[in-house]
Design a protein around this ligand. Structure first.
Ligand code: NAP
Length: 327
């Protein structure tokens, strides 16, 4: 297919939602193009063992799971561009999806761009990125064997990262700006019970300190503005996520936080033929399994839209091709 041809479907984003949409669309003979991002795989690439995805009773590493999702979609004919979309024009049919100068055309678009880790917003945080400051325990924990590290945040992510880090670090201090936690009780209890984990509450990270590499952070008490230094070799920021919607906010309806808004009970956005799935829509459940389910819904919705609009066969989604019997 030449890049000037109008494809039935382009899926933007390569996480559980995008790959599941690709799998369903590919099995419906729609030959979807997945523009999966330069760093494909989404947030599961920075997750440890996934123990809550049905079908993996012994757990599976996030990156491995994403490779398998991708391979399954590829098996049925999904194509991939491993690059970032730089611009979209959803104002008229066919839709334009640009990767630099490359202009891909499609009759339907599924947005599955997910969400990204939040940053603290400190200059020193940026200057020490890769030299102590990180957003991904699974990626970087192994560099902190027998070292002291800090995790910022009070949600499940912070607890999960802290517990994971205890496999490597000698001591993990969780710094949280309040003394109440968003984390689920079970995760909080696990972190509190761990002998390597300490808590500093009612404090924020004011500055990352060091000389070339990070040596400490300066903490500030939120009650009295007092400051003190806490020595540490690593700072793991785990303070939540923001939806990756900068490409779409002037073209698709979104909420105040930037999450795309879809018609209740559907993945349809305000632009007919454009669908949104996964964490780019969902700030409530945010699980791989819900993202995958949402990706499936997006493919079904888009396929029905295409069938109604262009007369594509509308039965393939539920009528497996012969090779699908092997799955
Ligand atoms: P979250 O629940 O939104 O928690 C973010 C935490 O970071 C909050 O404690 C927040 O403090 C703090 N925070 C935010 N901005 C901050 C800043 N600028 N400086 C200091 N602290 C800041 O995010 P999350 O932990 O990433 O979890 C997101 C969702 O994923 C949740 O629904 C969670 O249950 C789920 N999740 C589940 C698992 C699991 O089940 N294994 C693992 C990870 C995540 P405040 O509380 O004061 O606002």
């Amino acid at each position: 297919m030449s890049d000037n041809d109008v494809r039935a479907m382009i899926i933007i984003g390569g996480g559980p939602a995008g790959y599941t949409a690709a799998l369903y669309a590919a099995r419906a003979n729609l030959q979807p193009l997945v523009i999966e991002g330069f760093q494909w795989g989404g947030q599961l690439m920075i997750t440890s063992d996934v123990e809550n995805y049905p079908g993996y009773p012994d757990g599976i590493l996030g990156p491995q799971m994403m490779q398998e999702f991708r391979r399954q979609a590829e098996r049925f004919g999904a194509e991939f561009v491993t690059d970032d979309v730089t611009r979209v024009d959803l104002s008229e049919q066919p839709f334009h999806v640009y990767v630099g100068d490359e202009d891909y055309l499609a009759a339907s678009v599924i947005v599955a761009t997910g969400a990204s880790a939040r940053q603290l917003g400190l200059e020193s945080e940026v200057s020490f990125q890769g030299r102590g400051v990180t957003y991904c325990a699974v990626c970087d924990a192994a560099f902190y064997g027998d070292k002291q590290v800090i995790v910022v945040g009070g949600g499940d992510s912070a607890m999960e990262e802290a517990i994971f880090l205890t496999k490597f670090a000698s001591k993990v201090t969780i710094v949280h700006r309040r003394d109440e936690f968003r984390a689920s009780q079970i995760m909080l209890d696990r972190a509190k019970a761990h002998e390597k984990i300490e808590f500093v509450t009612n404090a924020v990270v004011d500055e990352v300190l060091g000389d070339g590499v990070m040596k400490a952070v300066r903490l500030r008490g939120v009650d009295d503005d007092s400051t003190w230094e806490l020595p540490a070799d690593g700072l793991f920021v785990a303070i939540g996520h923001d939806p990756n919607t900068s490409l779409f906010v002037d073209q698709l309806d979104h909420d105040d936080a930037g999450y795309l808004v879809t018609t209740p009970g559907s993945t349809a956005t305000n632009v007919e033929g454009v669908f949104a799935v996964g964490d780019v829509v969902d700030h409530t459940y945010r699980q791989a399994v819900t993202a995958a389910g949402s990706g499936c819904m997006g493919a079904l919705d888009a396929e029905r839209y295409l069938a109604a609009r262009e007369g594509h066969a509308g039965t393939a989604l539920t009528a497996p091709r012969p090779e699908a019997a092997e799955v």
